[in-house]
Design a binder for this molecule. Structure first.
Ligand code: NAD
Ligand code: UDP
Length: 313
């Protein structure tokens, strides 16, 4: 059955893929965005859908629409962007959550929060399970994002417990794919663009820190399964690809796949940069029968093709 669905951050990387998937499934979709890191261009290919609306709006301000479901994705995700205006970042997470939860309560919509592996900070438990409370510096450069997302989880849980609101919390691990912003500073887009342009590949620190990279289509599939889970499930669910790679391995793979002559150059590791990250996805496997199906090489090839076309334009 067709649903009316609000996607905040709809013009961003993940938001645009989510809108596309929801429209293809026959839903009515409102994409809401303030275009801080997202682009209208990410949605151009969807504008022919009669069931699609795009609204310029900032989630720190209340918004009203009669909807059945809300996916709350609005928030810059790249460290470069979320550290640009830390006060705005935490306001976006906290006030955005309050406004979307308030809307959900009023119209009785189910509300989904795009949380993050950053709630685990620089983790002492590896791989990270949902039970782990994390190791976050509350006054460090990543705090505006990490603590904002942690507070949002608290707000979601409180609205569920106090008001019976139906909520979903996805803890997303590093995700990549087409429509990442070329200049947003995240590692996969940086390395691919540098490799394609023959520029130096900028590895921060020694490159021995690890990340687990999930291809966007797999992640969006996890979003939909979690939102559609037929029972109330207010606990957080890790969504990510458990394959774990050092940043140096990622650089080598991208150099290899692009056939680039770029050299690797090293610079200092940003403060509080987590040393390791890998999701334990047992909960998602059991609950949602979900696991990623696209390995790093296949996902990188499709992302490289996207950036190749983008650079040519
Ligand atoms: P993105 O930066 O591409 O998208 C975020 C979108 O939110 C952008 O379109 C931006 O303009 C919009 N936005 C920012 N502040 C806003 C505000 N105040 N009001 C309205 N819109 C606002 O990032 P993304 O990778 O698509 O991330 C989407 C969500 O998923 C974010 O909440 C992010 O924290 C979360 N997440 C992403 C990843 C990842 O690896 N991509 C990992 C963990 C969590
Ligand atoms: N990184 C890097 N070079 C870059 C961009 C990022 O070495 O040009 C490193 C960064 O220090 C971190 C990892 O890659 O250890 C992932 O960074 P990203 O910003 O993509 O996401 P994070 O997981 O840190 O939020």
């Amino acid at each position: 059955m067709s649903k009316r669905i609000l996607v905040t951050g709809g013009a961003g990387f993940l938001g645009s893929h989510l809108c596309e998937r929801l429209l293809k499934e026959g839903n009515e979709v409102i994409a809401l965005d303030n275009y801080f890191t997202g682009h209208k261009e990410n949605l151009y290919h969807l504008l022919d859908y009669k069931a699609f609306e795009v609204v310029r709006h900032d989630v720190t301000m209340p918004y009203f629409a009669e909807v059945d479901e809300i996916y709350n994705l609005a928030c810059p995700a790249s460290p470069v962007h979320y550290q640009y205006n830390p006060i705005k970042t935490i306001k976006t997470s906290v006030m955005g959550a309050i406004n979307m939860l308030g809307l959900g309560k009023r119209v009785k919509a189910k509300v989904f929060q795009a949380s993050t592996s950053e709630v685990y900070g620089d983790p002492h438990v590896h791989p990270q399970t949902e039970e782990y409370w994390g190791n976050v510096n509350p006054i460090g450069p990543r705090a505006c994002y990490d603590e904002g997302k942690r507070s949002a989880e608290t707000l979601f849980t409180s609205y569920h417990e106090q008001n019976g609101l139906e909520i979903r919390i996805a803890r997303i691990f590093n995700t990549y794919g087409p429509r990442m912003d070329m200049n947003d500073g995240r590692v996969v887009s940086n390395f691919i663009v540098q490799a394609l342009k023959g520029e130096d590949i900028t590895v921060y620190g020694k490159g021995n820190q690890t990340r687990s990279f999930c291809y966007v289509d797999d992640l969006i599939d996890g979003f939909i399964r979690l939102m559609n889970y037929p029972e109330n499930y207010p606990l957080p669910v890790n969504l990510g690809n458990p394959g774990e790679f050092t940043i140096l391995e990622l650089a080598d793979k991208i150099i290899d796949l692009t056939g680039s002559k770029s050299k690797i150059v090293y610079s200092s590791l940003p403060q509080d940069d987590p040393m390791q990250r890998k999701p334990n996805i047992d909960r998602a496997r059991k609950l949602l029968s979900w696991e990623p199906t696209i390995d790093l090489e296949r996902g990188l090839i499709s992302t490289i093709n996207y950036f190749e076309n983008k650079i040519k334009k």
